[in-house]
Write a protein that binds this ligand. Structure first.
Ligand code: URA
Length: 240
């Protein structure tokens, strides 16, 4: 159980500097259980705390674990240059909490993107030592042939990679689409693997991370939601 002052709680949840949060409270913009609270030094139990800021209700969360169905034309980088950043799809306080994408999808890749402000979670999920499979559906320019599938499963040599990289699973879905499962997360890996196998990726969607499937999250493109603890467990690696 943790108790903190209201101003500190608001600051921790991304509502601004301590000074700004004090102002919010003093100006009557914060309420708890439907009652406006103006005492910034009020000590409150954070566990299960529900509060409203400008009439919008929030549950206190020590950390944020979010799934976003990323649309095309959004960048995962911290300083997006050509397209809006994925953070612009989340509520404003999340950026102040330093929520970041867990790994990156290219600006034109769609699908499942995890986001969090928990450094150890981000680090653990991104570690190459963890063998968390990631499933992608790739659309190809040229037809998907049995030889292409065999090549991707056997491994293809990428420029700058010392050893060939192989898919752990690869299935043809239809004439121009395949499902590919990777354990690594190298830069542009799917696109580069397809190019190395003499095809070309024209569209890419990440459909699953670990056992967490995008389709089970019921998110339209551009929508996000908090992950619950059962969903977080689905992100476990195959082996440590
Ligand atoms: N592989 C790619 O080529 N791009 C992505 O965005 C993800 C995996």
């Amino acid at each position: 159980m943790a108790k903190h002052t209201l101003e500190r709680i608001l600051q921790s949840q991304g509502f601004g500097t301590r000074k700004w949060c004090t102002k919010l409270v003093e100006e009557g913009e914060v309420s708890i259980n439907g009652e406006v609270v103006t005492d910034t030094r009020l000590y409150l139990e954070t566990n299960g705390l529900v509060f409203s800021v400008y009439g919008e209700e929030w549950l206190f969360r020590e950390h944020l674990y979010i799934a976003l169905n990323k649309p095309a034309d959004y960048e995962c980088s911290r300083k997006p240059s050509h397209h809006p950043g994925v953070l612009s799809l989340l509520p404003e306080p999340f950026a102040l909490r330093d929520v970041q994408p867990v790994g990156r999808l290219d600006h034109d890749t769609t699908g499942l993107l995890l986001m969090s402000d928990d450094g150890s979670f981000i680090h653990a999920q991104s570690s190459p030592k963890r063998h968390v499979p990631k499933v992608y559906v790739a659309t190809t320019q040229d037809p998907v042939t049995p030889e292409l599938v065999t090549q991707l499963l056997k491994g293809v040599k990428l420029h700058d990679e010392p050893a060939p990289l192989a898919a752990i699973l690869c299935n043809k879905l239809d004439s121009h689409r395949l499902e590919i499962v990777l354990e690594q997360g190298k830069y542009h890996q799917v696109k580069r693997m397809l190019a190395a196998a003499e095809n070309h990726c024209t569209a890419l969607c990440r459909t699953q991370i670990g056992q967490l499937q995008l389709k089970d999250l019921n998110l339209a493109e551009g929508e996000w939601r908090y992950l619950n603890s059962a969903e977080l467990e689905l992100l476990a690696p195959i082996s440590a």
